[in-house]
Design a protein around this ligand. Structure first.
Ligand code: EPU
Length: 417
């Protein structure tokens, strides 16, 4: 298992280019299953999760070709309507093929994802929606089997805002008979991007980005040619790195409007933002101010930035209260940050972070994708050397992280293992 070795303490300076969004690319890849033919998706990041989705689609009979940063998916000869346990357990987003498969082929068998490091993460809302659209749902041996002659339009209310749940049902509804209304739908930019891709395929969708989405089903869709949006979480992570290292980083190719709430908090913490050509220049203070945050569905503070922000707060002046409202177990990074000297305690979903002057390098373990990013953020400021183990978590979601960091003059190396 690879590890990352970082010598901290440098003021990072330079420019980076943001990659395509993992969480936008994966649903559009799944959407390719809705039509027969050749789909071309551009700005697809070169990541482990993208490869896993490619394997999943190939396993179903699609032809998947990937060249950085373009995915070509041929979907005329789909023969196996299944997402097996071996792939779903590697990547929960595999469940995104459920809606498209039932919509186009009338049946699907998808392994239940089970819990993961950040929480139980059930898919009951995905299933409730499909059932409302007339699918028969059976659970057998850890698999969900969904069947329907043709899905029919329905009004579906989500008790909890769910990103992939909204995406799955929006895809399913594109080929249903009649109109589907999704109420309390997720409003994340990745949902909007998927709707844009689906519209290019011929889908009729109104309201993506709002909490009420209306989808009028059509008989057939055509393959897609789409470029996915830039990764707002990668951009936010590099902004945090600027804040952490007293850095001066110009971030190109990101959409700042996708990070509004997050940037407001960084500004409160003392970071400065200046307009730059194709992007933004982010200047970090000598030491940030402590700021309280609470995660919320978009447009609130993203849960996917909570761990990295907590790393920043660990060296802030003052005490910060971090409240996680989306996932019940998303504090796995706390114990690792404490190994580096951070003063953090938590009870339930609230962490109290008492800022200290210096973190110290240590051996730490990545437990999930964003937790691993928070360890990178912390290590870049820490005195001495930090070794981050189980790096495969980081590789799931950050494209060429160490190369980008080296471009900012960080002292980072990967050790193969
Ligand atoms: N939930 C239910 N039932 C459901 C679906 C969700 O109770 O049927 C609950 C979840 O347990 C959670 C909350 O609803 O408490 C929100 O979860 P959501 O469904 O929105 O999460 P997701 O769609 O599984 C996506 C991203 C995550 C990101 C979350 C929240 C993708 C592929 N994944 O997950 O990204 O944290 O939305 O914004 O889009 C990551 O990239 O590291 C990552 C974990």
């Amino acid at each position: 298992m690879d590890k990352l070795i970082i010598k901290g303490g440098k003021h990072l300076k330079g420019e980076i280019e943001i990659s395509g969004a993992k969480n936008a690319a994966l649903p559009v890849m799944a959407a390719s299953m809705l039509a027969a033919g050749e789909n071309t998706i551009s700005r697809v990041p070169d990541l482990r999760d993208v490869k896993t989705m490619g394997r999943l689609l190939s396993n179903m009979g699609a032809e998947f070709y990937y060249e950085p940063h373009r995915a070509i998916i041929r979907t005329d000869r789909i023969k196996k309507l299944e997402a097996p346990y071996e792939l779903v357990k590697e990547m929960r987003a595999s469940v995104l093929v459920l809606g498209p498969m039932v919509a186009r082929f009338g049946r699907a068998r998808v392994s239940l994802p089970g819990g993961c490091a950040i929480g139980a993460r059930p898919i009951n809302l995905h299933l409730m929606g499909l059932e409302k659209m007339g699918a028969r749902i059976e659970l057998e041996a850890g698999y969900v089997k969904a069947t329907a002659k043709r899905l029919k339009g329905a009004t579906i209310y989500f008790d909890t805002s769910t990103v992939t749940g909204t995406e799955n049902l929006m895809m399913a509804a594109t080929l249903a008979k009649g109109t589907t209304v999704l109420e309390n739908a997720a409003r994340e930019p990745e949902v909007i991007d998927l709707a844009e891709a689906l519209k290019k395929m011929g889908a009729r969708i109104n309201g993506a980005g709002e909490s009420l989405i209306e989808i009028e089903g059509v008989e057939e869709l055509k393959p897609v040619n789409h470029t996915v949006i830039p990764d707002r979480i990668e951009a936010g992570t590099f902004m945090t790195i600027a804040g952490m290292t007293g850095g001066d980083i110009t971030i190109r190719g990101c959409m700042l409007e996708h990070l509004h709430a997050f940037i407001m908090k960084l500004q409160e913490a003392g970071l400065r933002f200046e307009k730059a050509k194709d992007g933004v220049r982010v200047l970090g203070p000598a030491r940030p101010r402590a700021i309280d945050i609470e995660t919320a569905p978009y447009p609130g503070f993203p849960t996917d930035m909570q761990a990295q922000f907590m790393a920043l707060m660990s060296i802030a002046q003052g005490t910060s209260i971090v409240t996680e409202t989306i996932f019940e177990n998303r504090f796995m990074h706390v114990a690792e940050l404490m190994r580096m000297g951070a003063d953090i305690s938590f009870k339930g979903s609230t962490a109290t972070v008492k800022g200290i002057k210096k973190l110290k390098g240590a051996n730490v373990m990545a437990t999930d994708l964003r937790a691993s990013a928070s360890l990178v953020v912390a290590a870049l400021r820490a005195e001495g050397e930090t070794t981050i183990h189980r790096l495969y978590h980081l590789d799931r979601g950050y494209e060429k992280m160490e190369k980008k960091l080296r471009g900012l003059r960080a002292d980072v190396k990967r050790e193969k293992g």
